[in-house]
Design a binder for this molecule. Sequence first.
Ligand code: FO1
Length: 336
Amino acid sequence: MRHITVLSGGHGGAKFIDGLLHGIAAGTLPGVDPDATVTVVANTADDLWIHGLKVCPDLDTVMYTLGDGLDHERGWGRTEETWSVKEDLEAYGAPNTWFGLGDRDIATHLVRTQMLEAGFTLSQVTDALCERWLRPRYGAGVRLLPMTDDRVETHVAIADPDSPSGRRVVHFQEYWVRLHAAVPAEQLVFVGLDEATPGPGVLEAITGADLVVVPPSNPVVSVGTILGVPGLREVLRATSAPVVGLSPIIGGNHVRGMAEQMLTAVGAEVSAAGVGLHYGARAAGGVIDGWLVDSVDAADVPRLEQAGLRAAAAPLWMHSSEQTAAMAAAAIALVG
Ligand code: FO1
């Protein structure tokens, strides 16, 4: 295998990709060339405009993780971060300071916003930012592609007794960061998704891959939104590459984030099998061929096989690059 494509959200997907790259470098992945390339197609529906800046959380989390600039304690944003701008925004009583922008992180958003306003596309901006974060370490071996260059935003309808309709809609980031996903997501609205065009190189990254991986990202608001870009689902179902996924749900719980709330919002079962069945076997109209669940969910394997999926159980806690590389090896072995 020479070309691996990963459909990724933020933290979980980024950690997986880091381990995958570790495995490629260590030569521990079955059938994978030591000079294999990795193309990341990243979710952009978490993006938001705030304080006049365009913030792209999943692109930045992948970029900072692979460039070793991510603060792993927080799981987002930069290492050695300071918060002076945020503190003074609060002192001014500026709105939206619930969304934490660190001083170093703001440099990324300033560069991105200036380039967008100069007419560059999000893909071109991302390429420019990756000159600093990926090129020195990976050369041309790793590419980070926005799923689309068009504006797409996930918004969440929540109950609001004060509003005539009984509901109000908030940006996904407000639902997650300010409301801590503590209220039910009654409906998800993917603003702009139906009109979005796949970003440059995205369809080719899937049709030309030797392997496509769906990492343990949020199946609804990260992978689901990538699959929602017109044309994406079709090329995923048609690619000659095997498509394998790893469960973000372990023992009925998400490892972090809000996958439980999001799966519930779309009526999917919150379990390792539930997510695998939500994606569905390509042989049965779905988008994956194989599904790896954690060892504690081994009892789910027969149910997944009955649905036309190759399935296996392996440890899925990503507590080290070596462990994550072992997960990648198990996923590749499942469909290799
Ligand atoms: N997550 C938080 O829980 N609190 C924050 O203040 C916050 C700020 C933030 C700024 C930039 C960025 O790239 C990510 C940020 N995140 C924050 C994480 C973000 O909500 C997640 O990366 C995903 O968008 C949701 O999975």
